[in-house]
Write a protein that binds this ligand. Structure first.
Ligand code: XIL
Length: 455
């Protein structure tokens, strides 16, 4: 077995991360914003403002940009304490053939994150999209279970202990498919394995990497309208069903691909999601935030940016009202690289104009959305204050590390009985899990880097 240090050295050597100048120097973000004169790095960074509240903040990282752009790497290290690979852990990127894996991009991002004390989200094990060309005809009913399990064991095993949370299953609900439970029956995984593929994936993920928070991730569930209300209800019903069946599940990921112009607001919808997750003892992550501005009529960039920032502000204000949301990640960093500008699929109204959905503009200067994020973090209560005020009695008498493990594993306001049950399950799945001292130390370390107030 390789030690952790050896693994890091190997990963860094393989991908030449160690030689990347952006790790230590190079052109990055100016330290103050030219427009506002405010400090935007160090204590002014997104991660400093987030950490002061016990929050993680991060972004999706495009492998090509990460590889080629030193300024981008510097920006990542300055601003964020968690990253998620945009594509390189998806089947089509990771598996050039049925027999081979291509880990170089993911390895280098994980090594970079470790070198900068950032956490990593894994995205994703199972999705109906990003299926490789060789898949159809090779993966069939008879071997689909083996392919799924082997994939999770191989990929999850490689990064075991290094992943904050895995999106185990992505986008499994799709109302138009017409099933009463809302499951996406058109997914190749559903077609080959039936609805059981979801539980299988989560159970395999827990057995493979017991410290990663196992997440169900979906989109189109946060707005206050009928269509999203239906999808939201189906997602929550799925999570409830999984908990009832003792499927290991720790978090709900709300993708949050928002629109600058919408007749529907946020408030009730996001509350429903968060309350539903909380009742099941789940943490909540905002996993893919961006604001599509194609429908903004204004041609002036400053005006468009303001509309986008206002959506960031109102959404995050609603999402961060309580303590349940533990991480806020945007889908990309700068408007220079956003999936919304890949082709014109998302630029129907203004195909000639590039979208500006992210917190940094194409020159890596902070956009109004950056300031909206920071202000929203500042407004939310410190996570540990909720713990101190609301759970003081329940936590009284527990040792530091045990208490720490409870907070991270089960969220802040989980009913006592559910917490006990989940602990028993984990112990059954993996007797090592029962060693609360060992687990406590690990979690305490996580909490330390997460925010001083936890320790
Ligand atoms: C997108 C990437 O950003 C694109 O580069 C890729 O071509 C397609 O996938 N929901 C998800 C993400 O869960 O994985 C998607 O990412 C965006 C929507």
């Amino acid at each position: 077995m390789m030690t952790r240090r050896e693994w890091m050295r190997q990963a860094a050597g393989l991908t030449a991360v160690a030689a990347m100048p952006g790790l230590t120097s190079g052109r990055g973000l100016a330290h103050t914003s030219a427009k506002s004169g405010q400090a935007i790095t160090g204590a002014g960074s997104l991660k400093a403002h987030a950490a002061a509240r016990g929050l993680l903040t991060g972004c999706a990282v495009n492998a090509k940009v990460f590889r080629e752009d030193e300024g981008f790497r510097k920006l990542l290290a300055e601003q964020y304490n968690i990253v998620v690979p945009e594509n390189c852990l998806k089947w089509n990127m990771l598996r050039p053939t049925a027999e081979t894996y291509s880990f170089a991009d993911a390895d280098s991002l994980v090594a970079f994150a470790e070198a900068h004390a950032m956490k990593v989200r894994g995205h994703n094990f199972v999705w109906h999209e990003a299926i490789p060309g060789w898949f159809a005809g090779t993966v069939i009913k008879d071997n689909a279970e083996k392919f799924l399990v082997d994939h999770i064991r191989t990929v999850g095993g490689r990064y075991k202990g290094k992943i904050h949370s895995w999106d185990v299953v992505n986008e499994a609900i799709w109302i138009p498919d017409g099933r009463p439970d809302g499951l996406r029956s058109s997914s190749p995984w559903f077609q080959m394995l039936g609805p059981g593929y979801i539980d299988l994936a989560f159970r395999t993920a827990r057995a493979t990497d017991p410290t990663a928070l196992l997440t169900y991730n979906d989109y189109g569930i946060e707005y206050d309208n009928e269509e999203q209300g239906k999808k939201r209800a189906a997602v929550l019903a799925l999570l409830r069903r999984m908990k009832a069946d003792k499927v290991p599940l720790d978090a709900l990921g709300i993708q949050s691909h928002l629109h600058a112009i919408s007749k529907d607001g946020f408030g009730r919808g996001i509350r429903e999601l968060i309350d539903g997750a909380k009742a099941l003892g789940l943490q909540v992550f905002i996993t893919e935030l961006d604001v599509n501005d194609d429908t903004v009529a204004a041609t002036d960039v400053a005006e468009r940016d303001k509309v986008v920032a206002d959506v960031y502000r109102s959404y995050l204000t609603a999402a961060l009202e309580g303590p349940e949301v533990k991480a806020v990640l945007t889908w990309g960093v700068s408007d220079k690289n956003t999936w919304l500008n890949n082709g014109t699929k998302f630029r129907k109204q203004h195909p000639e104009r590039l979208q500006r959905p992210l917190p940094f503009d194409p020159d890596y200067a902070p956009a109004p959305a950056f300031f909206a994020m920071r202000e929203s973090f500042d407004k939310t209560k410190k996570r540990w204050e909720y713990v101190r005020s609301k759970r003081a009695d329940q936590l009284k008498g527990l040792t530091g590390s045990y208490r720490a493990a409870r907070l991270l594993d089960h969220g802040f306001e989980e009913p006592e009985e559910a917490a006990r049950e989940q602990r028993r399950d984990r112990q059954r799945e993996d007797p090592g899990e029962g060693d609360i001292t060992q687990r406590g130390h690990l979690q305490t370390a996580l909490i330390r880097s997460h925010g001083a107030g936890y320790a």
